[in-house]
Design a protein around this ligand. Sequence first.
Ligand code: NAP
Ligand code: MN
Length: 264
Amino acid sequence: MHFAVTSRGDDTSNALQKKIIDYLQEFGLTHNEQDPEIVITVGGDGTLLHAFHHYYDRLEETSFVGVHTGHLGFYADWKPEEVEKLVIHIAKTPFQVVEYPLLEVVVRYHDDIHSERHLALNECTVKTMEGSLVCDIDIKGDKFETFRGDGLCISTPSGSTAYNKALGGAILHPSLASMQLSEMASINNRVYRTVGSPLILPQHHTCLLKPLNDVEMQITIDHKSMVNKSVKSIQCRVAEEKVKFARFRPFTFWKRVKESFVGE
Ligand code: NAP
Ligand code: MN
């Protein structure tokens, strides 16, 4: 089996990365950064997000597993002291795979010539570089509301514990193939009105954001950020593709939520 190991880049993570590579090679596995079947990330959830985007073109063939070195570890749920155990699991047992839904984002421009397609593991956020974001929101082809405020966040179920949570969104179990639209400080008064609650949309329901003023837009996909003018629309829906995580032991989503946010 081909494997790759990525690191956050700090000394602790680099040392652990080297140790994992050595161990797995001793077990006869092939270190191959180009087309791995399993990618082990060492660092935090940010490291796993980076690896996801690095292996974006081979999601079908690749499974991820993360080790956390002093960071939260929502995706990266193995502890450094468990690395030997993890390596033996990888080398000796065919692993189970769990699949989580992703978000598809298509950005279109006023020139109508090009569009861009992205996949997010956590979320897409939309803000403006200057002034309020003003945009129409269509849901499933029908106008739902005009939003005016700081911005919007559209998250995956597994991303619901990240930025979405800070915006008062609900935590969604990743078995629900869905996306959640949450508001960032909407302006609500006699003149402007939005629904005010996060919305959870099922598969095949598209959510289309259409900016009403032609200002520079800041669009993020997970940790990546881009600034663009002349954005005509941002279309979000649950992607056809999924991300695969290698599972070697039961560690339920709700247990991870409890450990990350509630404590013992
Ligand atoms: P970061 O600023 O280091 O990430 C913020 C925190 O979110 C880190 O503690 C990170 O864990 C954690 N995190 C990432 N994905 C998570 C998930 N699915 N569930 C629970 N926690 C999660 O930046 P980053 O590491 O590059 O991560 C990018 C993400 O930061 C974005 O996708 C967005 O969700 C999040 N973010 C959150 C806010 C906010 O909460 N106000 C604002 C901006 C961005 P690690 O320390 O293990 O990396
Ligand atoms: Mn981080």
